[in-house]
Design a protein around this ligand. Structure first.
Ligand code: FES
Length: 99
């Protein structure tokens, strides 16, 4: 049985939803995920952010799709670059306000 690494959920401030449905996968969901991970690492926000791979979010015509909660930010027709920029603009700005 695979051992699960426990995370302290009390430290999670952001949840990034990255659709892994068929159309999103076909249109670059993997690139979006790379952009998200890279930006979170750049910001040092990877420990306070949970990435959740979702099933289809019902926006297939605008695939690939990602969301950042609880900030209510959604990105459609995402790319690695636009995903990273959206993470910086949303989570990076929040970090500036807090610190
Ligand atoms: S497959 Fe991603 S929105 Fe439908």
């Amino acid at each position: 049985m695979e051992e699960c690494m426990a995370r302290d959920l009390r430290k999670i401030q952001n949840v990034v939803l990255v659709c892994q449905g068929k159309d999103c996968k076909k249109n670059g969901a993997k690139d979006v995920l790379c952009g998200v991970k890279s930006a979170l690492k750049d910001l040092g926000a990877h420990r306070e952010t949970m990435i959740v791979k979702t099933k289809c979010t019902g926006q297939c015509k605008k695939a690939p799709v990602m969301g950042i909660q609880p900030h209510g930010v959604w990105l459609t027709e995402g790319t690695e670059k636009s995903a990273a920029a959206t993470i910086h603009a949303t989570i990076g700005e929040r970090l500036k306000i807090v610190s």
